[in-house]
Design a protein around this ligand. Structure first.
Ligand SMILES: [Zn+2]
Length: 52
């Protein structure tokens, strides 16, 4: 197991809401469990990874 733990900053492009989540990098993609914004947006986000 070589999962890199990261923090992920997610900003909704529709309403501007920001979320900071713990996630892990899983073979090139980032898994945070994040599903949708409060405004029901599910796929239009700015995503930034930060080292923990
Ligand atoms: Zn939103």
């Amino acid at each position: 197991m070589d999962e890199a733990r990261i923090k992920v900053s997610i900003r909704c492009r529709l309403c501007g809401e920001k979320f900071v989540l713990r996630g892990r990098r899983d073979g090139g993609r980032v898994d945070t469990g994040f599903k949708m914004c409060l405004c029901n947006n599910t796929d239009d986000f700015e995503i930034e990874e930060m080292p923990v």
